[in-house]
Design a protein around this ligand. Structure first.
Ligand SMILES: N[C@@H](CCC(=O)N[C@@H](CS)C(=O)NCC(=O)O)C(=O)O
Length: 365
């Protein structure tokens, strides 16, 4: 988000410096000559909680700040555009602004995402960075990044941690994700971190998927995508995760586990049944290949957010081949997605810490 000061130039009696208009991003701060922005401003009330970057405080009043227009486009008084301000591309912007000579760039702010304890490969990362371990949740984001790379050449860095050592509960990690869980996406261009896999998928398609290969422009199809993404995030992963916990890891005698095991196994099968109904077209007469989109659907982040869990239905040992016979369309959907080269890469050795020790950060034990 960009911020700009109110039109200080209009107030008389200000010093030269105070009569400038300032643009702020949380990592950079720029000063514009007073006539650079149109006076007939449509900017609305202030955001009093916004704190002026330290470098700017000495040259301006921490007066009132207003959100700078959505797309970040401004024009000067001659109604020609000064550089398009895309907060997603700070470096290009800084370069352009320096070239324009009208603008004075004030040194870049240091990020507040990192501390001295943050592992160096993360602290020094540029652009997009993923902190992961190749679990079903980690794989959701790994797959989308691989898909984006295949189409757009998207670049990012990866760090792998071992959640078994509780690296994700350390201060440096909680600063990025207070929930203390992987994966986390960091956008260093904006000094911004994203937690919760579905939010991460949405953030990444928003940032990278300009042609909407993995989401939709049509509002109803987009709504369908969100329905299925949220359905799995809220009603699928938590149950299947508990099946894994109570059948594989729970440190309690079997007779104390039975209720929880039955409850979560049945809920997981019920949720699989919901997706089976949807894919089979039982109530629409339209069998589907993918969860969202018109007709048979289109592969999207709704599938990417769901598949890494369901494909691992056998992991806990709780669900049998016999149980799964009730879901023929679901099983075909698993196989269909598994064939995608980017999916194979997203769950493959590139994210296996044993095979990529150079990506491993934190306590490894
Ligand atoms: N709702 C979260 C769940 C993330 C999650 O549970 N991640 C697991 C790995 S699959 C984790 O980090 N577990 C470590 C822990 O519980 O401390 C999301 O969708 O991002």
């Amino acid at each position: 988000m960009w911020y700009k000061t109110p039109h200080l130039a209009r107030h008389s009696g200000r010093s030269h410096l105070q009569s400038q208009t300032y643009l702020y991003h949380h990592s950079i701060c720029m000063r514009l000559p007073p006539r650079q922005l149109p006076l007939q401003s449509t900017y609305r009330p202030s955001n009093p909680s916004f704190r002026l970057p330290r470098q700017c405080r000495s040259i301006s009043q921490p007066a009132r700040f207003v959100p700078f227009s959505g797309t970040g486009r401004v024009s000067n008084t001659r109604n020609t555009e000064i550089p398009t301000l895309l907060s997603s591309n700070v470096n290009r912007l800084r370069h352009t602004l320096i070239q324009s000579r009208n603008l004075i760039l004030i040194p870049k702010m240091t990020s507040n995402l990192y501390t001295n304890e943050t592992p160096e490969p993360i602290r020094n990362s540029k652009g997009l960075h993923l902190i992961t371990q190749s679990t079903p949740n980690g794989q959701k984001v790994q797959i989308l990044l691989e898909e984006l790379k295949a189409i757009y050449g998207t670049e990012w860095g990866t760090s792998i941690i071992n959640i078994g050592t509780n690296e994700q509960k350390k201060d440096w990690f909680l600063r990025l994700n207070p929930n203390g869980r992987i994966p986390v996406v960091i956008d260093n261009d904006k000094s911004f971190s994203v937690m919760e896999t579905s939010a991460e998928l949405l953030y990444l398609v928003d940032r990278e998927d300009k042609d909407h290969h993995f989401d939709f422009t049509d509002p109803l199809e987009k709504s369908q995508l969100l329905q299925w993404l949220y359905f799995w995030h809220g009603s699928g992963a938590p149950y299947q995760g508990q099946v894994n916990h109570f059948f594989k890891y729970a440190p309690a005698p079997p007779d104390q586990l039975q209720y929880a095991q039955t409850r979560f196994k049945n809920e997981t099968l019920r949720v699989f049944g919901v997706i089976e109904i949807h894919l089979s077209g039982k109530y629409t007469s339209q069998p589907r290949e993918y969860l969202a989109g018109n007709g048979a659907g289109k592969y999207s982040i709704a599938d990417i957010g769901t598949w890494p869990w369901i494909k691992g239905w056998g992991f806990s040992g709780a669900l049998t081949d016999e149980d799964m016979e009730a879901f023929p369309h679901l099983l075909k959907w698993i196989d269909r997605i598994a064939e995608r080269p980017a999916v194979k890469r997203g769950v493959g050795d590139d994210y296996n810490a044993a095979k990529r020790p150079e990506l491993y950060v934190g306590d490894k034990r």
